[in-house]
Design a protein around this ligand. Sequence first.
Ligand SMILES: NC(=O)c1ccc[n+]([C@@H]2O[C@H](COP(=O)([O-])OP(=O)(O)OC[C@H]3O[C@@H](n4cnc5c(N)ncnc54)[C@H](O)[C@@H]3O)[C@@H](O)[C@H]2O)c1
Length: 311
Amino acid sequence: MSADRPPVAVVGGGSIGVAWALVFARAGHEVAIFDVAAGRRGAVPGELRERLDELVAHGLLADPEPVASRVRVAQTLALAVRGAAHVQECVVESEEVKRALFAELDGLAEPRAVLASSSSMMPVSRFAADLPGRGRCLVVHPGNPPYLLPVAELVPAEFTTEDTVARTRALLEGAGMVPVLVRHEVEGFVFNRLQGALLREAYRLVRDGVASAADVDRVVSHGLGRRWAVIGPFATADLNTRGGLERHAEVMGPAYLRMGAEVGEREEWTPELVGEVAASVHERLRPEDWAASVLRRDRALMRVVAADPEL
Ligand SMILES: NC(=O)c1ccc[n+]([C@@H]2O[C@H](COP(=O)([O-])OP(=O)(O)OC[C@H]3O[C@@H](n4cnc5c(N)ncnc54)[C@H](O)[C@@H]3O)[C@@H](O)[C@H]2O)c1
């Protein structure tokens, strides 16, 4: 065991549990995984192996053996968390189940172990607020699957210690993840709030007969989503408009405001808010380099298309 690759426990051996086990084992951590269902405990090694073989087939992993050998299935929760510096909870999205499990984990885990929940929507204060060890609890929300989508949302509660956040960030960065900090607890965090905004509109468009569900999916997979593979929505607005993000807000903002008003939203993009976002975008994409940035985006898109012409 190396000090910067301490043992990790994964609790819950479903889709996300197996995927987190792969992430940590790929980075060199010994991983113990536990699931309450004996059937799942039996299925984990085979599923892990299938996922590793897929990565090898796609040139994303050289040798699956060392990764597979670092993952062991534990027969009890106590055995899984023994010696682990980080516990990644991946059980069903149920407040009751997570509350009971976190109480158990707080008693069983090593005193300095971080207790991280993969919760998609629920902040940790909903189920760990009363624990003696609540300071070491937070949400670490992955995309699915985390070994292909490296972003991980760190969502501390008010009671989570700074040391917990710092140690979790370091562990995730060491495992090749891209942690982002959600500064205060909101349901759905950032990932699922963005996803939710798009899904709500997608359902409305289908309901109102504007487009078929298949065509809505096509607009994202062959359009918006392909571009989002290389830049985010703010950078997109900046690079799609001569004059950058501020000009985009000026020209397009009123139409977006009207679209919002149609569904009862009255969220104006004030000059202060646009200015704050523009300042961040322009740190990454300098206005004087706008044309070069557009070219860089297009080249990145070309690499995406060239990597998979069937996209
Ligand atoms: N699937 C996704 O796209 C996704 C993405 C990010 C986060 N998440 C979150 O990750 C968590 C797990 O989701 P999933 O999709 O892997 O679910 P899943 O249903 O595939 O797996 C959950 C597993 O937890 C086990 N389990 C239930 N109670 C347990 C307990 N007390 N102790 C140990 N194991 C227990 C179940 O037997 C099951 O195998 C949820 O909170 C979910 O919201 C899911």
